[in-house]
Design a binder for this molecule. Structure first.
Ligand code: IVH
Length: 675
């Protein structure tokens, strides 16, 4: 390779590295020292000076802000602010526990704390008065943000209590609660139509490091403290828990979800439990910090160059990652709604690999202004569908043009229509293949007729082969028809035909849901079925009768009536009737129509003694919400609810990595559903 092409390669790799560390820096998650960063930048400048033809527009050397410069005074840490080693799996956690116990040759006691996803802060007090607040920076030198931290309500300006030391440094995490974040994001949206803050951590870092302190003051920041830095004239302590207690005494806020454990198994189970509860906390956490409780043992264990040996961070799978947006596609749903979705470079986020994510609707794409080719933030929190949060503007390649929503249905080519005030365009062509296809998929889906083995791929194969046009056609499928489809053997064909035949006795409310009438979801359908008992009676009832039912409003009733008015719809019902579908099968589970099926698709195992309810009562609550209760734990189990003295099932859940809920978390799940 020539010198020039060598230089080009090196310049490109330097740029990537510099961009990465710039990003870390702005999030106050600095990984390398300022001096190391400067060296990278100097090397790039040197190459670009020697080979001016290599200078490109997007180079960090060409951007005024690219060469970063703190507007805050440097603040040297009296004791370095170290980081933590990570454990990404149970094995790594256990290995750390074994190593730690070996170092002191004794059994250990562990303390678990939620790992706050904010930014670390050092607060310095002389004779009880706050004299300095500093960010972590590179661990040795941070930024002096004293005036900014003074504006935070939870930061004590003056310590209280009787045991006030002459010099005290407290370390903790500044964070923004989810509600504060939502409020801020909404305000920014209203003000300039684009969201400036992408997530609570970014928002916390950005809010704290404002040159104008009145801006920081206007942001709702919070603090949890978890560690001591330098101390002079303080009482002596034997354990971390005692330190935390003293910190609260002095007026610092300490996270209430801190626990002590005697075994690493118990630590792991707490990690799992917090993972299951993370969406109920009201702030983001990205893991659990596990610390040795005994301070004497801690000093025996000491530090590596980067991190203490007496602590480890058990990391949760990230819920937000950046990736490249390859393209934006539009899908047509069963009501004709045109939904834009992102085709992504696959990325591991929220515990799964994601290659598509929703963009919600036409207005959202416009507001977020994401463009194919952009680097975008992708979020998948809990069980919710992955979504594109927004573009990373700093990484937008030059020349990307805004994406335009298609004017025609991508499937049938008929112009898309948009009703006044609606967020979406719709394809109004009733015989559009996309609408038919998704109507059939919906018909067979778990929340409707629940036909095992008839998912979207199968339906697509049947539609493509011309075997079905609408959902009623599935009842005419024969084993031979199905077995003729590539990749479908006689055995699965027979199973599918049996499942389809079995669905003829589906309870009425599910049949009603399966028809796909706009606004008629499970709870309205259950109300109708419970009261009228047959489809004919429901269809014959006047609107005034329908709206008398609990949970049925005018919108639902009118929508049902409008649906019946359309001849193709009634023809479809008659076709189902002729195929043998029953329209008066009673509900098998004695539904309580007032309860939403918030747990549909989830499987629970109950174990141990619950304090506030019998296991039967807990099971009834799950089933009333359409969840399933089984006896044994497997990979398919969604949650294990563990009471006191839970035994082997709890152990198995931990082994398989199934989320474990304590009773309080379970009650919250019952009340709020899956966040
Ligand atoms: S203890 C010697 N406890 O995690 C390091 N850190 O990855 C002592 N963090 O820089 C840190 N929650 O910003 C500790 N409960 C907690 C924490 C916590 C969040 C952050 C902190 C630290 C980073 C290390």
């Amino acid at each position: 390779m020539s010198d020039a092409s060598n230089a080009a390669v090196r310049a490109a790799s330097l740029r990537t590295e510099i961009e990465y560390h710039n990003d870390r820096y702005y999030n106050d998650e600095q990984e390398i020292a300022d001096a190391e960063f400067d060296a990278l930048l100097r090397e790039l400048i040197q190459i670009e000076t020697e080979y001016p033809e290599l200078v490109i527009d997007g180079s960090p050397t060409q951007r005024p802000g690219g060469v970063r410069q703190s507007s805050f005074a440097p603040a040297e840490h009296l004791v370095p602010m170290l980081s933590l080693d990570n454990a990404m799996s149970k094995d790594e956690l256990v290995a750390w526990g074994v190593r730690a116990a070996k170092l002191v040759e004794r059994d250990l006691e562990f303390v678990t704390e939620p790992k706050m996803d904010g930014l670390a802060i050092s607060l310095l007090y002389r004779d009880g008065m706050l004299v300095r607040g500093a960010t972590r920076g590179d661990g040795r030198v941070g930024e002096d943000v004293t005036e900014n931290v003074r504006t935070i309500g939870e930061v004590p300006k003056q310590l209280r209590g009787k045991r006030i030391p002459s010099l005290l440094e407290i370390r903790g995490e500044i964070y923004m609660s989810l509600t504060a974040f939502e409020t801020l994001a909404a305000a920014q949206r209203d003000a300039n139509k684009t969201v400036v803050v992408v997530n609570p951590r970014n928002a916390a870092a950005g809010s704290l490091r404002q040159k104008d302190v009145s801006v920081t003051a206007s942001r709702d920041l919070s603090l949890f403290c978890y560690q001591l830095g330098i101390v002079e004239g303080a009482p002596t302590f034997e354990t971390h828990r005692e330190v935390l207690e003293w910190m609260s005494e002095l007026g610092f806020s300490v996270n209430p979800h801190i626990e002590t454990h005697c075994t690493i198994e118990a630590v792991f189970s707490e990690c799992n439990s917090l993972l299951g509860r993370r969406h109920l906390l009201g702030y983001d956490i990205d893991g659990v910090v596990v610390k040795v409780n005994d301070l004497g043992q801690r000093s025996e264990m000491g530090f590596t160059s980067k991190a203490p040996r007496w602590a480890i961070a058990f990391k949760f799978p990230p819920e937000e990652r950046t990736t490249v947006l390859r393209d934006i596609h539009v899908s047509i749903g069963r009501t004709g709604r045109a939904t834009p979705f992102a085709m992504l470079e696959p990325v591991f986020v929220g515990g799964v690999t994601v290659s598509t994510a929703t963009l919600h609707n036409q207005d959202e794409v416009a507001r977020k202004d994401v463009r194919p080719g952009d680097t975008v933030v992708v979020r998948r929190a809990g069980d919710v569908i992955p979504e594109v949060v927004g573009p990373v503007l700093a990484k937008r390649p030059a020349g990307l043009v805004p994406w335009a929503f298609p004017k025609e249905c991508p499937v049938c080519g008929v112009p898309l229509a948009r009703e006044d005030g609606a967020a979406n365009s719709r394809c109004l062509n009733l015989s559009c293949a996309a609408r038919q296809w998704s109507l059939i998929v919906y018909f067979a889906s778990r929340g409707a007729m629940d036909i095992e083995g008839l998912g979207d791929e199968r339906v697509a194969q049947f539609v493509d082969a011309g075997l079905v046009v609408d959902a009623a056609d599935i009842y005419n499928l024969t084993i031979d028809d199905i077995a003729a489809i590539p990749r479908l053997g006689a055995k699965s064909a027979a199973a599918l035909v049996a499942a389809i035949a079995g669905s003829k006795q589906t309870p009425l409310w599910r049949v009603l849901v399966a028809l796909g009438i706009k606004h008629v979801g499970p709870s309205a359908a259950q109300a109708f079925a419970k009261y009228f008992r047959t489809l004919d009676a429901i269809f014959d009832a006047p609107v005034e009768r329908l709206i008398e039912l609990d949970g049925v409003g005018a919108v639902i009733a009118e929508s049902l009536k409008a649906w019946i008015e359309i001849p193709t719809n009634t023809a479809f019902v008659e076709k189902l009737r002729a195929a043998g579908v029953s329209f008066d099968t009673a509900d098998d589970r004695g539904y309580d129509a007032s309860v939403e099926p918030t747990l549909a698709g989830l499987t629970f195992v109950l174990t141990g003694t619950l304090g506030g309810q019998t296991r039967e009562a807990a099971a009834a609550k799950i089933e009333a919400r359409a969840g399933k209760v089984t006896n044994s734990v497997s990979k398919k189990t969604s949650y294990v609810v563990a009471g006191d003295a839970a035994g082997s099932k709890l152990a198995k859940a931990e082994l398989l990595g199934v989320t474990v809920l304590d009773e309080a978390a379970f009650d919250r799940l019952i009340e709020h559903g899956v966040a």
